[in-house]
Design a protein around this ligand. Structure first.
Ligand code: AMP
Length: 400
């Protein structure tokens, strides 16, 4: 079975063709500058096939981009499948499923309407995700399609965790509540963590730390999310590459009054100029920050410390919320690659039974246990694979 996984942005589209039964990746790539001058990248994962790197392909809309993907996949010299019929289904990443979607679903008219209704909650991403869906429907009308939502995994949160302490009518009338994101990643790594531990997810209390350019934590009991750090949108929680994370709303009023910023300008500051970039003034990339810190840049050091402290604090909060924790899982760009950050987050948690193994932690991008054998709380590194999770969901739903 082959599943085409699509992650559509407003002017870009990432794709992977993979077999969810074996986990084999056949090809992946990227369409960029859709609607501008069209750049197409194709990376077949089969030996002897030629890579295309940002070549010019006219893509006035997402439909031409999908057509370019299909042309490359079935190309007689460099393709990885014989024909389009070998694509059994398409799985789409969709950012915001609001309260309508507690799990992935087959894309039909009702599903598209519901995704449209969630546009006010995901104004940047949902319209782009819909463009990807509509393009696939046009170019491959007979192939079933499935939507997989970043928010769906978090829909099991109890009311007390998702309710904001603002007038309740904003929840009732306007659906203002905590939704959470990175759900596909948290779901994948928490299931893998249980498997690596040889345990049934039922009975396990996990804290999943997705630390990348965007970061979020999730508290997971019995395989179900009970709390997460992102909120109505992906700006809340820990500081991120360029996003502020949780701040006191008073800051907005103070700065907007003082500098005459519009709400749009203020949000640009909070989304694009804040986080570890904002603190350090150096970079949003943790590798740059670590290099700068080594050279004595104190604000880079402070940015790393503020990030690590914030993650540690929420690990403690979630352990308290769950009444204990069996395992802490690190994933995504920083979580998978940055041993120093993992160590900084976990050290000081010995009081609650966390004991790291420095040697085991000296590893990158590998599914492994990084706590010591006698650590009461296991600490694991689990590389995330959102595309595989989307393909697995798609195969399961289409199989039904
Ligand atoms: P993601 O959003 O999951 O793709 O993560 C991207 C981020 O991971 C980058 O911005 C870097 O900050 C971080 N990253 C990737 N490789 C490393 C590394 N070797 N050491 C530290 N951070 C890394």
């Amino acid at each position: 079975m082959n599943i085409l996984v699509i992650n559509a942005g407003s002017s870009s589209l990432k794709y992977q063709l993979l077999n969810p039964e074996t986990g084999a990746l056949l090809a992946k790539g990227l369409c960029e500058r859709i609607g501008i001058d069209g750049k197409f990248t194709y990376k077949p994962q089969v030996e002897g096939k030629q890579v295309l790197d940002a070549v010019d392909v006219a893509m006035p809309t997402h439909s031409e981009a999908i057509q370019a993907v299909l042309n490359a996949l079935v190309d007689k010299d460099n393709g990885v499948i014989g024909s389009m019929q070998e694509i059994d289904a398409v799985g789409h990443r969709v950012l915001h499923g609001g309260m309508a979607f507690t799990e992935s679903c087959i894309i039909d008219d009702a599903c598209i309407e519901a995704i449209k209704e969630c546009i006010p909650l995901g104004p940047l991403h949902n319209p782009a995700n819909l463009m990807g869906i509509e393009a696939c429907q046009k170019v491959m009308p007979k192939t079933p399609q499935v939507a997989v939502f970043d928010t769906a995994f978090h829909m099991t949160m109890p009311e007390k965790a998702y309710t904001y302490a603002i007038p309740y009518e904003y929840y009732e009338k306007d659906k203002v509540r905590r939704y959470g994101f990175h759900g596909t990643s948290h779901r994948y790594v928490s299931a893998r963590a249980a498997a690596v531990m040889g345990r049934d997810p039922k009975g396990l209390k996990l804290i999943s730390c997705h630390l990348g350019n965007g970061s979020s934590l999730a508290a997971i009991v019995d395989g179900k999310c009970v709390d997460t750090t992102m909120g109505l949108g992906p700006l809340a929680g820990v500081p991120m590459g360029t996003r502020a994370g949780d701040i006191d709303a008073t800051i907005m009023e103070y700065l907007m009054d003082k500098y005459g910023y519009s709400i749009k300008e203020m949000l640009t500051i909070l989304n694009k100029k804040s986080g570890v970039l904002g603190i350090s003034g150096v970079s949003s990339d943790f590798r740059d920050l670590e290099n700068a810190a080594k050279e004595g840049n104190q604000r880079a050091e402070l940015a790393l410390e503020a990030f690590q402290y914030s993650v540690k604090k929420l690990v403690g909060a979630y352990a308290a919320a769950m009444g204990g924790v069996d395992a802490i899982v690190f994933t995504a760009g920083v979580g998978e690659n940055d041993a120093a950050t993992r160590m900084a987050v976990a050290s000081g948690l010995e009081f609650m039974g966390v004991k790291m193994d420095a040697e085991a932690n000296n590893v990158r991008g590998k599914e492994t246990v990084i706590s010591s054998a006698d650590s009461k709380v296991k600490v694991l590194l689990i590389p995330t694979d959102e595309e595989l999770m989307i393909a697995m969901d798609t195969a399961e739903i289409v199989g039904k």
